[in-house]
Design a protein around this ligand. Structure first.
Ligand SMILES: [Zn+2]
Length: 293
């Protein structure tokens, strides 16, 4: 009996040892391999996700990298630009003769202000390209008004008030509220209209129809469309072109938006991006605050 008991004990010990050995030799390295696999797969995913993180969190038809904060800047009576807001770099528009290709700047002088016409450089180059394309299609465009400083707008606004017995009739924007202060807004008219005062009848001119159809190809939008007067709070201006860059302009024009509506959508996309944990420094340049009145 004693021998049998000892044999059983030895057998059990051997079984236990085998089990332990199996656990040490088999199970542990297997676990380590699993851990390694898991770690590698996570690292792979992380490496792939990082460069596109902004794109993944940016739920808007125009990519952040396709927009320049200054180019989509809004200026209206609710979103005022500061006294010191001067677009950079500004370039002076040269005088060109009507029989030559390119922008015809009506002498290069803004009749309203008596000063040489300037535009932000990228906008100026886009305007020259647009004018050349129009010219190829048989239309001559004239630049009638371009960049206006806060100070100039201030003078124009108070002159208008004086003329109008102190009443703001909405024809001249308050200082800080003019799209012309961005250096990206310009009044472009057909040759036949260069000496006439502008009114919405100009919309039927083939030059204006051409601009409405093609401006986005050069990065411009119609800043004050006829069906958005209640939103822009500015009368229809078929001549007022605003440079925003080609991707934003294409989205705005193809969807029949005005810049105010674009900004509302942009603000919602920025909020969602931040709610989803996006890097605030990426969207910060696009968040605008109105200057003090
Ligand atoms: Zn204008």
């Amino acid at each position: 009996m004693k021998v049998v008991k000892m044999w059983i004990k030895q057998a059990l010990c051997a079984l236990l040892a085998c089990a332990l050995l199996a656990a040490c030799a088999g199970a542990q390295p297997a676990l380590a391999e699993d851990d390694e696999d898991l770690e590698i797969s996570i690292m792979d995913l992380t490496e792939e996700a990082n460069p596109d993180e902004t794109d993944l969190l940016w739920d808007f038809p125009v990519a952040l990298s396709d927009m320049e904060p200054d180019f989509v800047r809004l200026a209206n009576k609710h979103m005022l630009l500061g006294k010191d807001y001067i677009p950079q770099p500004l370039v002076t528009m040269k005088q060109r003769k009507a029989d030559k290709n390119g922008v015809n700047t009506n002498g290069g002088v803004n009749k309203a202000t008596g000063s040489a016409m300037q535009l932000q450089e990228t906008c100026a180059e886009a305007l020259v390209a647009m004018s050349e394309a129009a010219r190829e299609d048989g239309y001559v465009l004239y630049l009638k008004s371009a960049y206006r400083s806060w100070k100039t707008q201030n003078t124009m606004y108070y002159n208008r008030l004086k003329k109008n017995n102190g009443k703001d009739d909405g024809w001249v924007s308050k200082p800080g509220a003019s799209d012309h202060q961005t250096g990206l807004g310009c009044d472009v008219v057909p040759r036949s209209w260069r000496d006439k005062s502008m009114n919405e009848k100009m919309a039927s001119a083939p030059e204006c129809q051409w601009m409405a159809e093609h401006c986005h190809e050069f990065g411009f939008i119609l800043r004050y469309p006829s069906d958005k007067e209640d939103i822009t709070e500015i009368n229809y201006e078929p001549w007022h072109m605003r440079y925003v860059g080609i991707p934003a302009a294409t989205y705005i024009m193809e969807n029949g938006l005005c810049l105010e509506e674009f900004h509302e959508q942009l603000a919602a996309a920025i909020q969602q991006y931040l709610d989803w944990g996006g890097d605030p420094s990426v969207v910060e340049p696009f968040i605008q605050v109105s200057a003090e009145e």
